[in-house]
Design a protein around this ligand. Structure first.
Ligand code: PMP
Length: 370
């Protein structure tokens, strides 16, 4: 049987595995930080209307520059981010994964490197590899906060071209203070200069605020966002960034022509019309997230502070401890995430009923262990 390694694939892809959160058919799925609430009926109707209009014109290529969509995204950011941005500051693509890919194609690539502070979002490293960008795994403290001095040193020593800072961080859940981001930005500029990408995929769930205002006077800073989490639209595949207009011009050097389909643009515009309703679900999820933190601690787990729509909990001793716990929770019908952080698992905040099912499962697990 011919396998991947029998093909003339690029050397850096040999022996590697694809990104693969299991998609299993179980009653309670709390493993990919999705929003558990289906879109409200009024929004579904509006999507149908907008897509019907778009469908009439599918013989034509979509608006290549997604002007209407970027304008509406800019309005959303301005309204919620305490910083005014316009069309020229915003770029959109198929999920923030594609935004990150375009940034790495533009500012990384062969002979260049990117750094992230791990554990963090694994796709930063995987997309780096996919774009031929060398990946550097930067340090983090035992409690998963970023060690500022050690990170500054790592940037000074490695002189990366791209620096990823995920806040709130995935899979750990904790936010990065603005002062740390500023210090790392300064370190990155002194070392190279390089682009600093602040991945705010979960920012709407934070107790704190977006770092958008840091864009002022910092042309090498990028804030990346997504409609997959707060807008409850993971299936839509719509991510975006805010940055200096020169960054928006630069990523257009690598984007595929017409990368954002007319159907996706129409759907995203419909969702943006319903922002207020969707953000109410975010408030419910924040309450549920805080409840998960409290209850998990009451059960006796260690829990990392969370500013996201998920919670990291542990600890599970032994070489395979977290994986065995993951399996036992799955045996009780609840799918959580084993991100490969030794001793820890991650659970996404679901509906109150889903969270109750999860808490029952881990309560039983704890009893079994003690
Ligand atoms: N950034 C972070 C930190 C994430 O956790 C995710 C999704 N899990 C993404 C980006 C990508 O999201 P999407 O491509 O759905 O916008």
């Amino acid at each position: 049987m011919t396998g991947i390694d029998d093909l003339p694939v690029r050397d850096e892809l040999r022996g590697k595995s694809p990104y693969g959160a299991p998609q299993l058919d179980v009653p309670v799925r709390l493993n990919t930080n999705e929003n558990p609430y289906p879109l409200p009926d009024a929004l579904v109707e509006r999507i149908v209307e907008r897509v019907r209009e778009a469908a009439r014109n599918l013989n034509r290529y979509p608006d290549r520059d997604a002007v209407e969509l970027r304008t509406e995204l800019a309005k959303y950011l301005t309204k919620t981010g305490k910083y005014a941005v316009g069309l020229q500051n915003v770029w959109a693509a198929n999920g923030s994964n594609e935004v990150i890919q375009q940034l790495l194609q533009t500012f990384g690539g062969p002979g260049r490197t990117a750094i992230g502070f791990e554990p963090s979002y694994s796709m930063h490293g995987l997309i780096s590899r996919g774009t031929g960008t060398g990946w550097i795994s930067g340090p983090r403290n035992e409690d998963f906060t970023i060690d500022r001095a050690a990170s500054e040193r790592a940037i000074a020593e490695n002189r990366p071209d791209v620096v990823f800072i995920t806040t709130p961080n995935n899979p750990t859940g904790n936010a990065v203070p603005a002062e740390t981001v500023l210090a790392l930005y300064e370190a990155a500029q002194a070392a190279k200069p390089s682009m600093v990408v602040v991945d705010e995929a979960y920012i709407e769930f934070s107790h704190g605020e977006s770092l958008l205002p840091l864009l002022e006077g910092r042309p090498n800073l990028v804030v990346s966002r997504t409609m997959s989490k707060a807008f409850g639209a993971a299936g839509l595949r719509l991510g975006y960034l805010a940055a200096h207009p020169a960054v928006v011009d630069a990523v257009q050097l690598v984007r595929l022509p017409y990368h954002l389909s007319a159907v996706a643009q129409a759907t995203a515009l419909a969702a943006l019309e319903h922002t207020d309703t969707l953000l109410k679900y975010v408030e419910q999820l924040k309450t549920e997230r805080d409840r998960l933190v409290l209850e998990l601690r009451a059960i006796g787990f260690d829990v990392t502070e969370s500013d996201a729509n998920f919670v990291q909990f542990g600890r599970f001793d032994g070489e395979n401890g977290s994986h065995e716990a993951w399996q036992k929770i799955l045996d009780r019908g609840v799918l959580v995430r084993d991100n490969g952080v030794p001793g820890w698992l991650r659970v996404s905040a679901g509906t109150p009923a889903e969270n109750d099912a999860f808490l029952d499962a881990v309560r039983e697990l704890k009893k079994e262990q003690s």
